[in-house]
Design a protein around this ligand. Structure first.
Ligand code: HEM
Length: 468
């Protein structure tokens, strides 16, 4: 028999699995939970049809690695949901593919590095944001602080200093509302694109109910901010002294012969960096606080390690990472247990391809089950926050292929180094100075996340107490 499409639940004409997905997600609350349950039933390659689109859920480290490493699966979906954020075209880095993606990814990385990415300047940049954040927390010592959006502006600042050469005050109203917009856009749907992707004509019938109106308005506001930023750069551009990534890309635009780099492309690149680089780190940092306030022994062990290896007279540095092994294990455990990018970013088959004993038709979306990889059967007591699982008996860090929060292969995250540095410096700066506790009588904050494009923590409060 010729190879078939991977197995899955029964497919209805026209709608495919949309109705059963809708009912089950309502019941289970999380899409990744449904994919997990169905994958256990049908296998590590779960074949679905959502509307007219084939969607395969890829589970287990072997298949996730295989899909991430084969060129034929290097595409990104071109469904309606993905393209409304980029003028109806495949632009930028995150949702483009082919030679244009490759060129843009390499160019942007080159300029990010030139302007300080992964260098000492980057460390100075993150450290400055940590100092500003500590100042803000100093003003709130002893008070009840809702921490869910605590890191947003700091994280935009770190990225924005490279991209646009500026930072904002942590209380800046415009930047805070920009961050709120990004957060809201991440809650409208999930990485599969939802109804808007699979039944896009519904936007003409029930635009509000399926999130179309909201997404359109959000993107219009974010683009207004980006256009203004780019215009300011264009007016002030000094061709002898480009100051940041936007300047460098504007110069490249002026000098190019093939006209491939357009204004729209530049705007989408900026949007990509903001969307991919802010919610992911911010939500993981908030989960970190959630876990260390819940697990007071973990918090104490990190503080003892900081006291022993760094002391109180100087701030933490990235070079301390090699000695703060337990703290590193805490970061890895937070990235594992809270896996904010539950299904990575969807890949798309660029041609018909064989995978295992099945055939994946051209145009199929492939969602990588990263949450399941990190919280599935491989891990002992996966729901328990246990940093020791990342440590050998001798106290060294364990590397495992069952852990790939940033993906793998040519489409892997370009922000891994930055994200890990940010998380390390935020956590150590905060725990060096403060003890984190819950307000009197408050219940333990829930580890149950809120669903969306990335998972986030439910609202909770912390009291920051000065340690010395
Ligand atoms: C905890 C933080 C982060 C997590 C968990 C995370 C996770 C991921 C994952 C799973 C992917 C998809 C890999 C794939 O398609 O196979 C990805 C892609 C990407 N990430 Fe991150 N990321 C984080 C932070 C960042 C930061 C700080 C930046 C900004 C510099 C960033 C920029 C990107 C970009 C541009 C892509 C698309 C790459 C491409 O399609 O070629 N991410 N990330």
């Amino acid at each position: 028999r010729p190879p078939a499409y991977p197995p899955g639940p029964p497919i209805l004409p026209l709608l495919g699995n949309i109705i059963s997905v809708w009912f089950n997600v309502k019941k289970l609350k999380y899409r990744h939970k449904l994919w997990q349950i169905w994958s256990r039933k049908y296998g590590n390659l779960l074949g679905l049809k959502l509307g007219s689109i084939n969607v395969v859920i890829v589970s287990g480290k072997e298949y996730i690695k295989e899909v991430s490493s084969r060129e034929v699966f290097e595409g990104r979906p071109d469904g309606f949901f993905y393209l409304i954020r980029s003028f109806g075209k495949k632009l930028g880095i995150v949702f483009s593919d082919g030679p244009a993606w490759n060129k843009t990814r390499r160019t942007v990385l080159r300029y990010l590095k030139y302007y300080g990415y992964s260098s000492k300047a980057m460390e100075a940049n993150i450290s400055e944001e940590c100092r500003e954040l500590i100042k803000l927390l100093e003003k709130n010592v002893g008070k009840t602080v809702c921490v869910n959006r605590l890191f947003d502006v700091s994280i935009v600042n770190i990225l924005w200093r490279l991209v646009a050469g500026k930072r904002y005050d942590l209380m800046d109203k415009r930047l805070k509302s920009l961050c709120d917009l990004i957060t809201r856009s991440f809650k409208v749907s999930d990485m599969s694109g939802g109804v808007l992707n699979f039944l896009p004509f519904l936007r003409h019938v029930i635009p509000n109910q399926i999130g179309y109106t909201e997404l359109k308005n959000i993107h219009a506001s974010i683009y207004a901010f980006l256009k203004e930023t780019i215009e300011e750069h264009r007016m002030a551009l000094d061709v002898h002294n480009p100051k940041d990534v936007i300047d460098a890309l504007l110069m490249e635009m002026n000098n190019q012969k093939d006209k491939t780099l357009t204004d729209e492309e530049l705007q989408v690149v900026c949007l990509d960096l903001l969307e991919a680089g802010v919610e992911t780190v911010s939500n993981t940092a908030v989960f970190l606080l959630l876990h260390v306030v819940r697990e007071q022994e973990v918090q104490t062990r990190v503080q003892l390690e900081i006291d022993r290896e760094i002391g109180h007279s100087r701030p933490p540095k990235l070079s301390d990472r090699t000695r703060l092994i337990y703290t590193e294990a805490v970061l890895l455990e937070a990235l594992r247990i809270s896996s904010v990018a539950t299904m990575g970013i969807p890949h798309m088959a660029l041609d018909n391809a064989k995978l295992g004993k099945y055939v994946i038709p051209k145009g199929t979306f492939l969602l990588l089950a990263l949450y399941d990889l990190h919280n599935g059967v491989h891990w002992k007591d996966p729901t328990i926050f246990k940093p020791e699982r990342f440590l050998t008996k001798e106290g060294n860090l364990i590397q495992t292929e069952w852990f790939m929060p940033f993906g793998t292969g040519r489409r892997r995250c370009i922000g891994e180094g930055l994200a890990r540095s940010e998380l390390f410096l935020f956590l150590t700066h905060i725990l060096q100075k403060f003890h984190l506790k819950l307000p009197d009588g408050a219940p333990l904050p829930s580890t149950e996340p809120v669903d969306g494009i990335t998972l986030s923590a439910k609202e909770f409060n912390i009291i920051f107490e000065r340690r010395f």
